[in-house]
Design a protein around this ligand. Structure first.
Ligand code: UDP
Ligand code: MG
Length: 334
């Protein structure tokens, strides 16, 4: 049984993945620290233990992000940081942070983007639900007004497509989420190297709830999710959760074959009736059509075969290059 008595202060680790965030890191750190100090001194049910931490994950940044993290950690005990050996991507970075936090006895972990576009002031709401017995609390954005038209429509389309494929990701949920220690441990048991956390957490079960939060514009620095990374994330999500596209190619193949059979029959009928058809356009159209369907099917299959190949190697997901502000005695105690 988990102890979630309201008298006890919560030992929360907040994980912030940082990839070239030198422009915004200091201001985000200050906001987080103010929030933590308020919650540590709070008189309400939602109270943080003074052994809670704000954990930065440096995802192989090439700017001064890591030295800023080191500087922050030397200034205040609330901060700690780990640096991955190279850029592993947002999903791996938050996963590494969550795993590390739980290893150091975090009771629960919240992941939030380092630019704090997601409203950190919603954190007490997450904690309230944790105290009410939830193991996973999803942050769901109230609106997408701060996103450009392209990002907004592509994201909506993507969520619809994923649900069509049978993957129940919570719509409009970013990776702003609370997970209890046992939920993180369960997540770590999924051994696949292609980690699509948003989809995997809905597979875990446990009691879940939702917190609605505001999204603001990025105050400084640029978005690190370019089109290429967004497509990669979308493809990872699709292929790791559903084999339906493979079935669709089978269906396309069947339809194309059926059409060609009909064409064959009409040609024979035309021949018998003595109608001579020039036939050039029919021929080219069918060649292109069948060729297109075949290439598409092969492409889809290739995506899956390639991923099977990668998974079969069981490569490690990440290596930790350096840590700062992690005090073994202080952090592993109770
Ligand atoms: N990020 C990361 N590794 C990457 C790309 C992004 O750790 O390879 C982090 C980034 O520092 C930020 C979060 O992921 O904290 C979300 O990225 P960003 O704000 O650029 O995405 P957007 O909000 O535009 O979707
Ligand atoms: Mg952002």
């Amino acid at each position: 049984m988990i102890d979630r008595t309201k008298e006890k202060a919560i030992r929360l680790y907040t994980v912030l993945p940082c990839y070239n965030e030198e422009e915004i890191l200091r201001s985000s750190a200050e906001k987080m620290m103010n929030l933590y100090k308020r919650l540590i001194n709070a008189e309400t049910d939602v109270r943080l233990s003074d052994r809670s931490r704000i954990m930065f994950i440096n995802d192989g940044s090439s700017d001064s992000t890591w030295s800023i993290i080191q500087e922050l950690c030397n200034q205040d005990d609330l901060f700690c940081g780990i640096s991955l050996s190279k850029n592993c991507g947002h999903q791996i970075a938050i996963f590494a942070g969550m795993q590390y936090a739980v290893e150091y006895n975090a009771e629960c972990v919240i992941t939030i983007d380092a630019d704090l576009q997601q409203d950190a002031e919603a954190i007490p709401k997450f904690l309230k639900m944790y105290l009410d017995g939830c193991d996973i609390v999803y942050g769901v954005r109230k609106s997408r007004n701060t996103d450009g038209l392209f990002k907004k429509s592509s994201a909506n389309l993507y969520y619809r497509f994923m649900n069509l494929l049978g993957c129940n990701i919570v719509p409009q949920s970013a990776d702003y989420r609370l997970m209890s220690a046992r939920a993180v441990r369960s997540l770590a048991e999924y051994r696949e190297s292609n980690l699509f956390i948003r989809g995997l957490v809905t597979e875990l079960g446990y009691k879940t709830d939702v917190v609605h939060f505001d999204v603001s514009r990025r105050e400084a620095g640029k978005s690190k999710y370019n089109l290429k990374k967004m497509i990669a994330l979308a493809l990872d999500g699709i292929t790791s959760f559903s084999t339906k596209p493979l079935r669709w190619t089978l269906f396309f193949g069947l339809v194309a074959s059926a059409i060609s059979v009909v064409m064959m029959i009409t040609t024979i009928v035309d021949y018998i009736r003595g109608v001579t058809v020039p036939g050039w356009s029919t021929l080219t159209i069918s060649i292109w059509f069948i060729g297109g369907v075949q290439l598409l099917s092969m492409g889809i299959m290739g995506e899956y075969v390639g991923r099977t190949y990668i998974e079969s190697k069981h490569r490690p997901r990440y290596f930790i290059g350096d840590t700062v502000g992690i005090d073994h005695d202080r952090d592993t105690r109770g």
